[in-house]
Structure formats: structure tokens, C-alpha cells
Design a protein around this ligand. Structure first.
Ligand code: UD1
Length: 429
């Protein structure tokens, strides 16, 4: 298993290109199941999770081809991929595939809408809390699906098709919003989804579905109205830039100091986090080509944050922000409201000399002058990158183990950081 070796202390200076968003690419790829025509997606990041979803889609009968770049480049860079689900050959998503990535459960929506049936294994994914699927099941039932669970599989049928309805999410869920929006796009009549997730990735999916012929309005607000259509066609659509990658590198610069252009980043989909980062003392400016982040030698201000559904501070940046706060000039409080058990990075940050105490869903971080390098273990995707951020500022050598977590969600991380002056490299075990 690969490790990443970091020698801390260097500032970051230069340009980091921001990749296509993993969390937008995954539901867009799944939407390819809804039409027998070709869905072309541009700016799909090259990540382990994308490759895993390709395996799952292929299992259902989706053909795909990659173009736009030379083969050796296409192994590493965001790509244009054509997906064609001319025939769905299998409506079962097996445990062996779904257990590796939670988002693959989302195929349940398109399969049910197009084929009237789906048998999908209960998911696995990041070890952050229990992450149930009750909202998906309740919502699909509201659209007329019959659902039962046996042997770890969800069996869903809608022999005469799904029927539009009003559904109020009892809790905001990004995945359940994606799935119900896809299912309702091909239901009979109108569906109104209330208390829907407002994430930019939901908007990106709705725009793609509309380009395919769906009639979805007000995605991005908490009430989405969907008028069902009989069929969807092919389309060409672009994945939005990754706002979590953007926030992560902005925090890395806020940590090390320096001056970096986050090329292609969009400030309008990350306002809350950018505002928080500027309160820590970094200077953030929107420029034509992206977002520029600068911090001079001055100290890092402590700032309290609470994670919330969009447009609040994202849970996917909580670990990274805690990494930054470990070196703040004072005390900060970080409260996690989206997932239970999303503090696994705390004990690893402590190995680098951070002073953090946990009480329920709140971490209290007392900033220290210096972190010291140490061997640490990545536990999930976002936690692992918080260790990289801390390692970039720690004295001496930090070795991050189990970096396969990073490969799930960060495209060319070492290359992007090294290009800006960080001293880090991937080493085989
Ligand atoms: C997505 C993101 C993930 C991000 C999360 C919250 C992708 C691929 N993943 O995950 O990176 O951290 O949004 O912004 O886009 N819940 C239930 N019942 C359900 C479904 C969810 O109780 O049926 C709960 C979850 O346990 C969690 C909360 O709802 O406490 C929000 O989860 P959700 O928004 O569904 O997360 P994901 O869509 O899985």
C-alpha cells in the first residue's frame, strides 16, 4: 500500500488546477442509466471512486469510451467520457460492487424509473457513522414503488411505473435528493420535493437531466418541482469544479502561507467556507481564472465553525479546517452536525502534536505554535487530506499511511502540491 512522505515547512506558491467534482460526477454518471442514448460528460476527474462506478455501470450494461486526451494523460487527468446504456442487461447491483462505495446505491433511482425494478445491495462507503438508507426507501415508496429488504438487498419494483407525489424529506440528504429527482424525472405527473438538498451538485445533476429532456425546476432551492416525462435522451454536460478540493487547497495555503491561484475554481459555490478561511487571516480574491489565496507571515486566527447542509460550512471540509486550526493563535470550536463519528482524524492530528479535546459532536482545538512530523494513518477520504495539510506545516517528516483513501477523491494531489513547492512524494510500502 502506498504512503505519502511529507517534509513540512515550505510555503505554497504557484497555480493549482481544480479538477471536476467527484460528488457531481458520480450522480451524473448514474444518470446515464436513464437513457438508451449517449450521455457525454466533460471534466470527469480521474479518481478511484469514478473507476469503481464505471465497473458498476458496466455491470448493468453501460458501454463507455474515453476521449479527448492521449492515453497516458487520460490515466491521470479529468476526461471526457461517453456513456451509453443502450440496453440494461442487469437490474441487480451486487454487494461486491456496492459495498466499496456508498454512492453506487443511487443506481436504484434510474433502474426503477427506466426498468420498473431494481435489486441493490445495502451500501458500504466511508466509515463515518451509520449512514442509513431510510430516506431513499420512504421517498421511492411515496412515488409508488414497492420495496422490501432481504439478505442485505433492497428490492424495489414499480410494475406500472412510478407516479409523481409530494415528498417532504425529514432530513436533508444529498444522495436521496439526487435519487428522487432522477426517479421523479420519469414518473407520471408532478413531483414536489420539499426540504431537498440545495448543494451545487444537485443543481449540476438537474441541469444535466433537463438537457436530457427532463422538466425540473428550482433545483438549488429547498423545494424542487419535477414534471415527469416518458423518456430521456442523450446530452452533453460538464461536471462543475470540485468545491471540496478548492476549499482543501485554500486551507493548505492558509496553513503554510504563500500565494496560490486555484485555477478554474468557483467562489460562488463555496461562499461559506471561503468566508471562514478569510476570517482565519488568509486573503481570498476572485479573479477571472479562479480564486487566488494568499497568506503572509502573520498568524492564523482561530474561528469557530459548525457544519451544515449547503449553503452552510460543508462537512467535507471539517477535517481539513481542524487541521488548519491546530496551529491557530488560540482556541476554536468545531461542531459536526451532519455525520456522527466524523472525528477519526482527531487522534491522528494529536500524533503531530495538536491539542484537541472532544465532547459529543464538538471538538475544541487549542492552537499550538508548532506541529512535529510523525507517522499517521488515513482513516477516510477527508480525514486523510487533513493529515496532509497538517504535515505540510509540521517540522520534519510526516508519513501518511493508507493513502488509497486520498486516491478516492483527490486527483493528482502530490503532483499539484509539489508543483507549488511542497516537499512530498508517494512511496510504495
Ligand atoms: C454526500 C456526499 C458526501 C457528503 C454528504 C453531506 C457524495 C458522493 N457524497 O453524501 O461527500 O459528506 O453528502 O454533504 O455526494 N441520512 C439518513 N437516511 C438516509 C440518507 C441519509 O439518515 O436515507 C443521513 C446521513 O446518515 C447523514 C445525513 O443524512 O447524517 C446527510 O447524508 P447525505 O446528505 O445523504 O450524504 P450522502 O449523500 O451519502
Amino acid at each position: 500500500m502506498d504512503r505519502i512522505k511529507i517534509v513540512g515547512g515550505n510555503q505554497l506558491n504557484g497555480t493549482i488546477p481544480i479538477s471536476g467534482a467527484k460528488n457531481a460526477a458520480l450522480p451524473l454518471m448514474i444518470a446515464a442509466l436513464m437513457t438508451d442514448e449517449t450521455l457525454t460528460l466533460e471534466n470527469v476527474p480521474h479518481l478511484a471512486d469514478v473507476e469503481q462506478l464505471i465497473r458498476i455501470l458496466t455491470n448493468h450494461g453501460v458501454d463507455y469510451s474515453v476521449n479527448g486526451r492521449r492515453e497516458e494523460q487520460s490515466q491521470r487527468y479529468s476526461r471526457t467520457i461517453h456513456f451509453t446504456a443502450r440496453n440494461i442487461v442487469d437490474t441487480t447491483a451486487p454487494y461486491e460492487l456496492v459495498s466499496k462505495m456508498r454512492a453506487s446505491f443511487w443506481v436504484i433511482g434510474p433502474l426503477l424509473a427506466r426498468m420498473g425494478q431494481a435489486r441493490v445491495s445495502l451500501p458500504g462507503g466511508c466509515a463515518i457513522g451509520t449512514r442509513p438508507v431510510d430516506l431513499f426507501i420512504d421517498g421511492l415508496k411515496a412515488l409508488g414503488a414497492d420495496i422490501d429488504i432481504d439478505n442485505g438487498y433492497v428490492n424495489a419494483t414499480a410494475r406500472n411505473g412510478l407516479v409523481g407525489n409530494r415528498y417532504v424529506f425529514p432530513k436533508v440528504s444529498v444522495g436521496a435528493t439526487h435519487v428522487l429527482m432522477m426517479a421523479a424525472a420519469m414518473a407520471k405527473g408532478q413531483t414536489v420535493l420539499e426540504n431537498a438538498a440545495r448543494e451545487p451538485e444537485v443543481v449540476n445533476l438537474a441541469e444535466c437531466l433537463n438537457a436530457m429532456g427532463a422538466r425540473i425546476s428550482d433545483a438549488g432551492s429547498s423545494t424542487i418541482v419535477i414534471d415527469g416525462v416518458d423518456r430521456l435522451s442523450g446530452a452533453q454536460h460538464r461536471v462543475i469544479p470540485d468545491r471540496i478540493e478548492t476549499g482543501t487547497y485554500a486551507m493548505a495555503v492558509a496553513m503554510t502561507g504563500g500565494d496560490v491561484l486555484l485555477e478554474g475554481a468557483r467562489a460562488d459555490i463555496l461562499e461559506s467556507a471561503l468566508d471562514t478561511i478569510s476570517q482565519t487571516g488568509a486573503e481570498i480574491t476572485q479573479v477571472n481564472s479562479g480564486i487566488r489565496v494568499r497568506r503572509n507571515g502573520s498568524g492564523i486566527n482561530p474561528v469557530d465553525v459548525t457544519t451544515e447542509p449547503y449553503p452552510g460550512f460543508p462537512t467535507d471540509l471539517q477535517a481539513q479546517f481542524m487541521g488548519l486550526m491546530t496551529r491557530a493563535r488560540g482556541r476554536s470550536k468545531i461542531t459536526e452536525t451532519i455525520f456522527e463519528n466524523r472525528f477519526m482524524h482527531v487522534q491522528e492530528l494529536a500524533r503531530l502534536g495538536a491539542r484537541i479535546s472532544l465532547s459529543g459532536q464538538t471538538a475544541t482545538v487549542d492552537g499550538v505554535e508548532n506541529l512535529r512530523g510523525a507517522p499517521v494513518m488515513a482513516t477516510d477520504l477527508r480525514a486523510s487530506v487533513s493529515l496532509v495539510i497538517a504535515g505540510l506545516a509540521a517540522e520534519g517528516e510526516t508519513m501518511v499511511h493508507r493513502v488509497y483513501h486520498l486516491d478516492r477523491g483527490f486527483e493528482r494531489l502530490e503532483e499539484k502540491l509539489a508543483h507549488c513547492g511542497a516537499q512530498l512524494e508517494r512511496v510504495g510500502e
